[in-house]
Write a protein that binds this ligand. Structure first.
Ligand SMILES: Nc1ncnc2c1ncn2[C@@H]1O[C@H](COP(=O)(O)OP(=O)(O)O)[C@@H](O)[C@H]1O
Ligand SMILES: [Mg+2]
Length: 241
């Protein structure tokens, strides 16, 4: 078992202990995560690397409440995920964690503004407050000139910028980004990564990003690698933001 710890004075926003996850495939049991433990202090950016199939998405999905572990504990803020009912899990997913995927998953019948507005409105904010916040975040990602465009009218990079704005709209404790630039050309990858890291910093978010891109991983304060179900601590650069 490898325990990867980053000690800081602040309480970790994310704390994972002895996480196990396997999938049954025919007569075989595939161990995907094997006693994964780590913690992340508030406001820190973390990159997770690893070969395709190493379990990165499985790990992010468990942290994001989209999947459940076989054993172990995940605490995000004051939420102990393994103890949550389905209703509490919905509340957690909707308000306390922001997700950005490789594919944007924007609602195709809604404009950029509506895609960012809706999660905030559905979380109980007034129409005025949700609109104001959505407009601010879209300006933060340089999309103020495309508020009324539909996803089909936006470029790949623009869609991911909207997804970045959407991930922040409910002011979550934690942003999870699963290969957020995996579908973009190098220029757009860098510009979306810039906006992701800059806004995570601006809004004091803890960011967990899965990436294959060295340049993006190098921007994170801490880097881990998932290998054979085990999480290895690769780098912890105090100099980086
Ligand atoms: N629902 C599932 N049932 C069976 N095997 C799965 C399932 N989801 C993922 N896997 C397997 O688990 C491994 C890890 O998958 P994943 O977390 O998506 O890896 P990564 O994101 O690192 O590419 C892969 O070998 C994949 O085939
Ligand atoms: Mg994946």
């Amino acid at each position: 078992m490898i325990n990867s710890e980053v000690t800081q004075n602040t309480d970790p926003v994310l704390e994972i202990r002895d996480l196990y996850k396997s999938y049954i495939s025919g007569s075989e049991t595939l161990a995907i995560l094997h006693s994964v433990s780590f913690s992340v202090p508030s406001g820190i950016s973390v990159a997770i690397r690893g070969e395709s199939g190493s379990g990165k998405s499985t790990l992010l999905n468990i942290i994001g409440g989209l999947d459940r572990a076989d054993a172990g504990t995940v605490r995000v803020g004051h939420f102990n995920l393994e103890q949550l009912s389905e209703a509490q899990m919905n509340e957690y997913r909707g308000r306390h964690v922001g997700f950005i995927f490789q594919f944007h998953y924007l609602l195709k019948d809604f404009t950029a503004l509506e895609n960012v507005f809706l999660p905030a409105f559905m979380a109980g904010n007034s129409k005025k407050d949700a609109t104001e916040r959505a407009r601010q975040l879209l300006a933060d990602v340089g999309m103020e000139h495309r508020l009324h465009h539909y996803p089909s009218q936006l470029s790949g990079g623009e869609r991911q910028r909207v997804a970045v704005a959407r991930s922040l709209v409910n002011d979550p404790d934690l942003i999870l980004a699963d290969e957020p630039t995996g579908n973009l050309d190098p220029y757009n990858s860098q510009s979306v990564a810039d906006l992701l890291f800059l806004n995570a910093e601006k809004y004091h978010k803890t960011l967990l990003v899965v990436t294959h891109d060295d340049r993006i991983a190098a921007r994170a304060r801490i880097t881990y690698r998932l290998n054979g179900g085990v999480l290895e601590h690769l780098d912890d650069s105090g100099e980086r933001p």
